[in-house]
Structure formats: structure tokens, C-alpha cells
Design a protein around this ligand. Structure first.
Ligand code: SF4
Length: 221
């Protein structure tokens, strides 16, 4: 199928937000500013990407300005995506070549990527109210992925959003690199430090640590 737009790549189109979703006023203002400044960028809610039959759901926080907000595909085009897609390829969860572009033809196999917040937040920091508002899309998306057995949350905010979506009171869960929590129904919430440039540059997360959580996810299933 010819590539038309990142939204066409969503495995869960029924759970995607409209391009001009009006629900978070601050994010809508920021979206308008970005559209004016960078008219050729995606600048819209970023759809999920991956396999509709995925057993592994990877949950990020929100689109990065020069990554997903620019290209329209989660983690595509930024520093974090290099490690994430490289790891997915290494573990056989992706096939093709990652070229930091949604038209690169990369396909995920057994994995899907979603964000807890679909729109770019200023300074990469969504407000709690924005996380709560986008929760509807996130939870509907996750609920549509019926084969998911492991949810891998990247960072603490994604961990809290994923815990709620899985029916776990966040306060009853523990977050940490490699932390595991069992959700009602037996699905596993596995957590990792976020693969952000900051975490990699400060040594909080390295490639081996990141690969270890993917190895653990594979072991669980
Ligand atoms: S973050 Fe989610 S709920 Fe808020 S405007 Fe974007 S798509 Fe809509």
C-alpha cells in the first residue's frame, strides 16, 4: 500500500484522535504556533504505530518536537528513536530499515508504540489535566490491542498512565528500571527509564540496560 500519511500507519484507527482535536487548549495553541512556524511538519496528534496483533505495547510520554511531532510517527526522527528502533530491530520486533522517516517502510512485528499524550507539549511536559484528557484515547487504543500481554512503560509518567489503563491504582505499583507489576487479568506492566537523550547522556540509561528490559519482556511471554 502506498504511504500517504502517518495516520494511515495506525493499527487502531478507530481509537485515534482527529487531526484538530480541540480538547487541550494549551496544546492546541502550541500546535497552531508550530503549524505557523513549520508548515511542512506533522503538527497534530501522533497516531499509534505497529502491529495490531502485538503482544508488546510500548508506551511513551508524548511526541518530541523534532521527532514524532515533526514526522508523525512515534519516536521517529529524534535521539530516543535511534535506541528504541535499533532495539526493536535487534529483538526481531521490527523488520526493514529504520531511516527516521515514516516512509522508510519499517514494520513492527509483535510490538506497537503509543504515547500517553498524543500532542506535543511545551518543554516536553504535559500538564496533569492534559494527561487526564488524553487518557480516553490512550486507554481506548490499548483496549483495542487485545493480544497485548506486556506493557512496557518508558518513564514514570507513562508508567502511571499505563498502570491506570491496566486497572492498577498507580500508588500500589512500583516504578523503576525493570520494575514489574501484574495487572488484573494477568497482563504485566514492565517499566524502563525513558530512552531520552538526557537519560542516555547522563548515564541513567545505556543500551545494555534498555536491551535487558526487552529481553525480560520476551522472557515473560
Ligand atoms: S493531547 Fe490528546 S486530548 Fe489533548 S488535544 Fe491532543 S489528542 Fe486531544
Amino acid at each position: 500500500m502506498p504511504f500517504a500519511s502517518p495516520a494511515d500507519l495506525s493499527p487502531i484507527p478507530q481509537a485515534e484522535a482527529p487531526r484538530d482535536c480541540p480538547l487541550c487548549p494549551r496544546l492546541v495553541r502550541f500546535r497552531r504556533e508550530c503549524r505557523a512556524e513549520f508548515p511542512h511538519w506533522w503538527n497534530a496528534p501522533v497516531p499509534a504505530f505497529g502491529d495490531p496483533e502485538a503482544w508488546l505495547a510500548i508506551v511513551g510520554l508524548a511526541p518530541g518536537k523534532h521527532g514524532a511531532n515533526r514526522t508523525g510517527r512515534p519516536f521517529t526522527g529524534d535521539y530516543a528513536g535511534e535506541l528504541l528502533y535499533g532495539t526493536l530491530l535487534k529483538f526481531g520486533l521490527a523488520e526493514g530499515e529504520y531511516r527516521a522517516d515514516p516512509s522508510d517502510g519499517l514494520r513492527l512485528k509483535g510490538a506497537v508504540i503509543l504515547n500517553a499524550v498524543k500532542c506535543l507539549p511545551p518543554a516536553n511536559k504535559p500538564e496533569p489535566s492534559e494527561i487526564a484528557t488524553c487518557r480516553h484515547y490512550f486507554e481506548e487504543g490499548l483496549a483495542s490491542l487485545s493480544k497485548v500481554r506486556v506493557v512496557l512503560a518508558l518513564g514514570q509518567i507513562a508508567h502511571v498512565a499505563a498502570a491506570r489503563a491496566l486497572g492498577l491504582p498507580p500508588a500500589s505499583t512500583k516504578f523503576g528500571h525493570g520494575a514489574e507489576n501484574v495487572a488484573p487479568g494477568g497482563r504485566i506492566l514492565l517499566s524502563s527509564y525513558h530512552c531520552s537523550r538526557y537519560n542516555q547522556n547522563t548515564g541513567r540509561l545505556d543500551q545494555r540496560m534498555f536491551e535487558n528490559v526487552f529481553a525480560r519482556a520476551a522472557e515473560i511471554v
